[in-house]
Design a protein around this ligand. Sequence first.
Ligand code: COA
Ligand code: THG
Length: 563
Amino acid sequence: MRILFLCYRFNSLSQRLYCELTERGHEVSVELDVHPDLTVEAVELYKPDLVIAPFLRRKIPSEVWKKVKTLIIHPGVRGDRGPSALDWAIMRGENRWGVTLIEASDEYDAGDVWAWREFPMRFARKSSIYRLEVTEGAVECVLEAVEKFESGNFTPEPQREGVWNPKMEQSVRRIDWERDTTRDVLRKIYASDSQPGVLEQKIFDKEVLLYNAFPEEELKGRPGQVIAHRDEAVCVATTDGAVWITHMRERSKRSIKLPALRVLPELSDSVPEVQIKPWEKVEFKTYREIVCEEEGDIGFIHFNFYNGAMSTEQCQRLKEAVRYMKNRPVKAIVLLGQEDFFSNGMNLNTIEHADSPPDESWRNINAMDDLCEEILTTPDKLTVAGMQGNAGAGGVFLALTCDTVFAREGVVLNPHYKNIGNLYGSEFWTYTLPKRLGWEKGKEVMEERMPLSSKKAFEIGLIDGVFGRTPSEFREILKEKIKEFVNSPEFEEFIKRKISERTSPRWKELIKRCREEELEHMKLNFYGFDTSYHIARHYFVHRIPHFRTPPYLAIHRRLSFKG
Ligand code: COA
Ligand code: THG
């Protein structure tokens, strides 16, 4: 079938659905929501069999849905309506929630229901529920609806008599530090992550929006008082404990989301730094950016980087953790990232915020490469990347520096640097990619701009295995697989070969050359007279809406498109 996506942004859910449908033989073209007239034009040009809106905030013009069957993904249960569905579900503390595929109609979210799924609700960030439970449910709904649509004899059920929940205002999200418990504060910040954040006007010197909170069980203070900082996050006391807040944004136009201490640098002097090293054993709940964990012969490294973005300093801290693990008596080192994202490469927000973005880009890519090199130069242990969540750009190639790369089912990869101003890329991709795919196929992967499912990545040999429906299922299977291998007779032979390769002067020379050559190109991207990287980064970081749909997304807008 020919399917047209209408979306506000080509976000993670849209990308996942794109993969699922195209890999089943459908053709999918994407039109971003720029202007209703362009939406109507897209439908006229493309003449789709079906329109799907995975992530859309504006009303679809009736010219569209009167002509072509149009289905909208709503991140809520049947009967629920409105633009802040998940926010309200988290605030109300729903035990179960869901996702519903609704036919477009004149009235928002009131059309007939084509498919729906429900799931138990976790106490977690909105964006995490969206990227995991909602996304899995939405995929099932869409595949079911496509089948129903193709059968030609399905009649959808009318939307339930439901509730309209308006756009959630900041007044609902506001924290009352004198009253709210840790759980209340977490709920409010969870319900507002990744957008719009919780507006805080009282406890800091500036008005800020808060993002990404974690409970703290040890530190105490007067409610609303900032009591500590760690890894650029700040800890604020509540009525019954405290919370960590890792990210903030100044409440002003053109501000961007940053590590809390970069928004409030004065706090680094006025409150104590309470460090915890990744390898320390900690018995109470707190915020830990990087955690090293050992289970028998296997060392796991979790890195909980917000949005999978890795600043220079985070790369350095992660490298320190890898170095620690290399000196432990383990047979394997497993990089796990976090559940929503494995890694999205260097942190474009902290780069944008720096006094000199070119210099900071240079520091950040070198820190990424130092980390990658630390992994590559592990001669006597198996290294494994366990991608529980999505990865993009340098994050994919970070994973490829490991001997073995596994991903959860449903993970979406963007193994290229195209979408951020056509960067050449580094992270030793000129070593790892041809080694896995050969130069021809490797080049093809780098030239492609569209996302790739983990399943497809496995089929083409980019990664070594795909399993597990949920992050925890993935980790369980992963553990078993690694255990089996490190205790097998082949393991000794594998390590012998690895040591002889990774300690040989020829190999060392090879990766040195790869790094140097990649960085030569990157230097041009950062300092050369083609500024497309700086422009693309600026648009990305400031979340500036597209003013047209790029032809790589919109088949119907390509010169070659014949209809
Ligand atoms: N450096 C810095 N930041 C990076 C990065 C990098 N290298 N790589 C990725 N990121 C960030 C992006 O800037 C983005 O940040 P933000 O979400 O904090 O603004 C984030 O990583 C991932 O972006 P994206 O893939 O577009 O988001 P998502 O689809 O995974 O999730 C949601 C975004 C969940 C917040 C949003 O889609 C949402 O609110 N959805 C629910 C509401 C809904 O669907 N409504 C429909 C109408 S009822
Ligand atoms: N029918 C048609 N188009 C649609 C929907 C539909 N477009 C997408 C939409 N459903 C997804 N759901 C909603 C529900 C409510 C609102 C937006 C998307 C909403 N919007 C406010 C407004 O337009 O005034 C603005 C809110 C905001 O800024 O976030 O209330 O069923 N044809």
